[in-house]
Design a binder for this molecule. Structure first.
Ligand code: ZN
Length: 369
């Protein structure tokens, strides 16, 4: 296929998908609040994971994915409040709070980015308000946009010191990811966190303690590298630390590097990151199958790379994000979506809250002066 033809097809495909994103039929289920109730939630986000990231991995590596075994499959429509193409901050905020904000903003309304009047509650805060334990784990820096969406309320994803400060002062039980520049072990100790930094120190964390993980960037590989845990190992240990509370738990798991490698059009490493994320999903699914009342939701914040199938090959049409719909896989709540249904990214968060027993999500939280 000549490059021009590929670009031509890519252009028209994006036009159609952008049109779909705006001209969405009203969702007849968006008023529904009585979903099967669950005790535990494992919310898994493959950053930048479009359908063709998965198809490319399967076709070129000759593998099957645990993601293909979910019986309930739908699609998420990922636009942000100010663009048909979202970034991970607005995309994460929609999945965490059921509110669409502008690109770059984390857990705040686009009309009140400095959080002077109010902000939308996120799902980890909702879980904690219900007496559950909550955790956030990622292969990205802990200050990355997706983990930050589930743990802070900050005007801009670039304000890394504010993000880390809010996380340290917050109420999560597990907060693990790559090193954030403004993290210090002294500050973590002041707030009562156990500081962990490799697989050995992670495995030594005891139930009842709160741990802040600062691992190196070797975190995302499907196989353990440089003494770092894999995302699957992190998921297993995090569930183990969270699941003894009788009120249940909420855990967000992000595979961040599907996005990062798609930005670089680096298909080889992207496929490794998909396999790493899929292995973490296997851990979550195995737990859910053994523990009734556990909801597993797998989705993406957006697609990255504009990967298209052209003449039998999966090829990159861009080095950025696209408006493509992304996968939505559900286990443990049979009426969460109708099979094949396409819903808004915000609607995923609202339905998770409903399944947790909160029918009035999103929730506006006033900021006391
Ligand atoms: Zn990205």
């Amino acid at each position: 296929m000549v490059p021009f033809a590929a670009k031509f097809i890519a252009f028209f495909t994006s036009l159609i998908l952008m049109f779909q994103a705006f001209w969405a039929l009203p969702d007849i289920d968006s008023q529904k609040t009585d979903f099967d109730e669950v005790k535990n939630v494992i919310f898994m986000i493959g950053d930048g994971m479009g359908f063709n990231s998965l198809e490319k991995t399967k076709a070129e590596n000759g593998v099957s994915l645990v993601m293909d075994t979910f019986e309930l499959n739908g699609r998420s429509r990922t636009s942000s409040a100010n663009s048909p193409i979202t970034d991970s901050a607005a995309g994460g905020t929609a999945l965490a709070t059921a509110v669409r904000t502008s690109n770059g903003a984390l857990g705040v309304y686009m009309t009140d980015k400095k959080n002077q009047v109010s902000h939308p509650m996120n799902l980890t805060e909702l879980a904690i308000s219900m007496g559950k334990l909550a955790g956030v784990i990622t292969t990205d820096s802990t200050a990355g946009a997706t983990p930050a969406s589930f743990s802070v309320h900050v005007a801009d994803r670039d304000y890394e010191d504010q993000i880390t400060a809010q996380q340290l002062a917050g109420d999560l039980t597990v907060m693990w990811g790559g090193i954030a520049g403004s993290f210090t072990a002294e500050a973590a100790a002041e707030y009562g966190w156990t500081h962990i930094y490799d697989e050995e120190s992670m495995n030594a964390v005891e139930e009842g303690s709160r741990s802040f993980g600062q691992f190196t960037s070797a975190l995302w590989h499907a196989q353990s590298t440089d003494g770092m845990p894999t995302l699957a190992e992190m998921t297993e240990k995090a569930i183990d630390l969270l699941d003894d509370d009788e009120d249940g738990f909420f855990l967000m798991v992000e595979g961040a590097h599907i996005d990062k490698h798609n930005h670089n059009k680096d298909g080889e490493n992207m496929k490794d990151a998909v396999m790493s994320f899929d292995a973490a999903i296997a851990v979550a699914l195995e737990y859910a199958k053994a523990h009734e009342g556990t909801l597993v939701v797998v989705t993406a914040d957006h697609e990255t790379g504009g990967i298209l199938k052209i003449a039998g090959d999966y090829v990159y049409s861009s080095g950025g994000h696209s408006a493509f719909n992304v996968p939505l896989l559900v286990y443990g709540c049979d009426d969460f979506i109708n099979d094949g249904q396409s819903i808004l990214n915000t609607e995923i968060a609202r339905r998770v809250a409903c399944a947790m027993g909160e029918p009035n999500f999103p929730i506006e939280v006033s900021v006391q002066s």
